[in-house]
Design a protein around this ligand. Structure first.
Ligand code: F6R
Length: 622
């Protein structure tokens, strides 16, 4: 959700913070703010008043306009871009939040669950609050502990956090100690960039990558003091010393810029041939006639013996999980259950020895998915993570896993991450099917060839963008839309509807095509566009019948069909052709027209495509 950023060093602080906020804006964009300390003041008293704080409702650009010609100076600063949880998006609720004496400023990503009780007791002890946020409570608590004496900021933060329930990534600065920042994390991500005499703090690597490739990922319940004089020191909340492990970032700066595209989403749609090729690279070994995946190959016996697979995820990742259900049933013959992580975590699921839980998450930070794997792990399941962000919480907490290698996805609507997830899951199902004797050499060879051909087939699809734009023009004013598919294309229908609603705000629903007879068919009239996926696969004839039913009721049909199709195409008002592939891989192709369609409709409606209202990229609160 929110993005946090910080800097200590010799560069002008404000530009580093602002650029960092712009890079992180996809995480939350209803308000933002910065605090800079250590300006050219001398006495301690003067410094206490030298917390230079700017915050504003709206986008980072609104903050920039608000700062105007002011040039806050200092060597240390923190910044925040917010996705509101407690308190409306407004100037007062924007972070950073200040202590009552104005000396401390704090930014926070997460939720302090017991903030109400803490706030009540602070009020009884004379504290007053400016905002409706849970975060402000924390900075007052730290202030009170500091005022008790016998304690520096580092310790005060640890003591305060030991009273807190919930999730947090925080950074705190103290105007009377202008060379340091104290940071901490629990269930919300935090990365520290280690430069030459300078330090960066961020929710993810995007604001850091252009300055340094050396990073330290803070773990849960770790608190770090970063000081320009003394360097980095990490302790757990319980005062155990942690030796920082410096890791190398593999992300390149080009990957997080728009590269000539109008929006990140469009760039990411067009990146899919490359991202899928990256995902396949080194895993599909046509020369050896096999698929290799370290995450499985290290646990072959477990996969061979597995009695059941439970897949957890949210949103688009959950849709990828639905595709995986078909893949695992077809190739690996293992019973599969696909669960919304948010439901699964609060159920009392029966988890047996030998069950494997696959957690699918682009960000690797989704709070519900993280909580679901923690619960499943406690109950004895093996956790296999399918994540995109390297070093993310889910990827680190999983027992094994496979990265999707899609590269950074900045547009809030997931596109290339979805197709990369489906690619990894197809590889997984085939590899496990092979290990279990369910997939023979001929089938494996055929599927590997089909997989290798997918990037080129997506290129072919992308070359039809103009046609998709024309269709978008015809339907962009529709208030509602239905997306229908069967078999492997049922999750594609759900994903198509999600894409359209989240970025265009057009109400859309996805259904298995046969289900419409059980209710949704009542919605059909000449104003309702119905998007069918009618590719020539095992369900083709059935889907064509469903199209007939819709046509008979005057519905306007837009059909995604296999290249050269005539039967389904004849029933449709508009047709988008996709190249032929194996049934199991059709979602990798049939999803793409819906991504383009949603994108162009949203652009035509002048929506904020990359940052749709109310959403955020990484949902780190439940
Ligand atoms: C939709 C979308 C969301 C995410 C969901 C899970 O386009 O992006 O539905 O798929 O929030 O996020 P991850 O995959 O990061 O766990």
């Amino acid at each position: 959700m929110c993005g946090i950023v910080g800097y200590l060093g010799e560069r002008p602080v404000m530009p580093v913070l602002i650029k960092g906020l712009q890079r992180l804006e996809y995480r939350g964009y209803d308000s933002s703010g910065i605090a800079i300390v250590g300006g050219p003041t001398s006495s301690t008293e003067a410094r206490a008043n030298a917390l230079q704080l700017f915050k504003r409702k709206g986008k980072v650009q609104d903050l920039i306009d608000h700062i105007g010609g002011a040039k806050p100076e200092g060597k240390v600063g923190i910044g925040h871009t917010r996705w509101a949880t407690h308190g409306a998006p407004n100037d007062l609720n924007a972070h950073p939040h200040r202590s009552g004496n104005g000396r401390l400023a704090l930014i926070h990503n997460g939720i302090i669950e017991n903030y109400h009780a803490i706030k009540e007791s602070l009020i009884q002890r004379g504290h007053t609050f400016e905002s409706d946020t849970d975060t402000e409570v924390l900075v007052h608590l730290i202030e009170e502990i500091l005022a008790g004496g016998d304690c520096d900021l580092f310790k005060a933060v640890r003591l305060a956090l030991s009273e807190v329930d919930g999730a947090y990534a925080i950074a705190v600065v103290d105007a009377t100690s202008p060379g340091e920042v104290v940071v901490a994390r629990k269930s919300s991500p935090l990365v520290l960039g280690i430069g030459d005499g300078e330090y960066f703090i961020a929710s993810d690597a995007t604001p850091i990558v252009e300055y340094t490739k050396n990073v330290v990922y803070l773990e849960d319940e770790e608190v770090a003091r970063i000081s320009l004089e003394d360097g980095l020191k990490i302790l757990t909340i319980n005062n155990n010393t942690v030796t920082p492990v410096i890791e190398a970032l593999e992300v390149e700066i080009e990957a997080i810029e728009k590269g000539g595209y109008e929006h990140f989403m469009l760039k990411e749609i067009h990146e899919q041939p490359r991202s899928i090729a990256d995902c396949l690279r080194g895993r599909v070994r046509l020369d050896h006639g096999k698929i290799t995946m370290a995450g499985i190959d290290d646990h072959t016996e477990m996969w061979t013996q597995a009695q059941r697979v439970i897949i957890v995820g949210c949103g688009t990742s959950w849709h990828a999980g639905l595709v995986a259900e078909y893949l695992f049933e077809d190739f690996a013959r293992i019973p599969v259950e696909v669960e919304y992580a948010s439901e699964f975590r609060y159920r009392n699921p029966v988890i047996n020895k030998g069950d494997i839980v696959i957690a699918i998450s682009q960000s690797g930070e989704t709070a519900d998915t993280l909580a679901a794997i923690r619960m499943a792990k406690e109950r004895g399941a093996h956790i296999f993570g399918v994540c995109n962000v390297v070093g993310s919480s889910i990827s680190r907490e999983a027992d094994s896993g496979a990265y999707t290698h899609a590269g950074p996805e900045i547009g809030v609507a997931s596109t290339k991450a979805f197709t990369a997830q489906v690619t990894v899951l197809a590889l997984l199902a085939l590899r496990v099917g092979w290990l279990r004797g369910e997939v023979d050499s001929a089938m494996l060879a055929r599927m590997m060839v089909e997989l290798q051909a997918i990037p080129d087939k997506i290129e072919v699809l992308l070359s039809q963008e103009e046609k998709v734009r024309e269709i978008a023009k015809a339907y962009c004013q529709a208030p509602n839309a239905l997306f229908l598919g069967r078999g492997y294309n049922f999750p594609v229908a759900l994903e198509g509807a999600l894409k359209l609603k989240e970025i265009s705000y057009i109400h859309a629903e996805g259904y298995p095509a046969a289900e419409i007879k059980h209710g949704p068919i009542a919605l059909i009239d000449e104003d309702m566009p119905i998007f069918f996926v009618a590719t020539q696969d095992a369900h083709y004839e059935k889907v064509v019948s469903n199209m007939q039913e819709v046509k008979a009721r005057g519905g306007r049909i837009i059909a995604v069909v296999t290249r050269g199709d005539t039967q389904a195409a004849a029933l449709a008002n508009h047709v988008i052709e996709v190249p032929k592939t194996a049934d199991a891989l059709v979602p990798l192709l049939s999803t793409v027209p819906f991504q383009l369609l949603s994108y162009h409709i949203a652009v035509m409606l002048e929506r904020n495509v990359d940052q749709p209202r109310n959403l955020a990229k990484s949902v780190t609160v439940e």
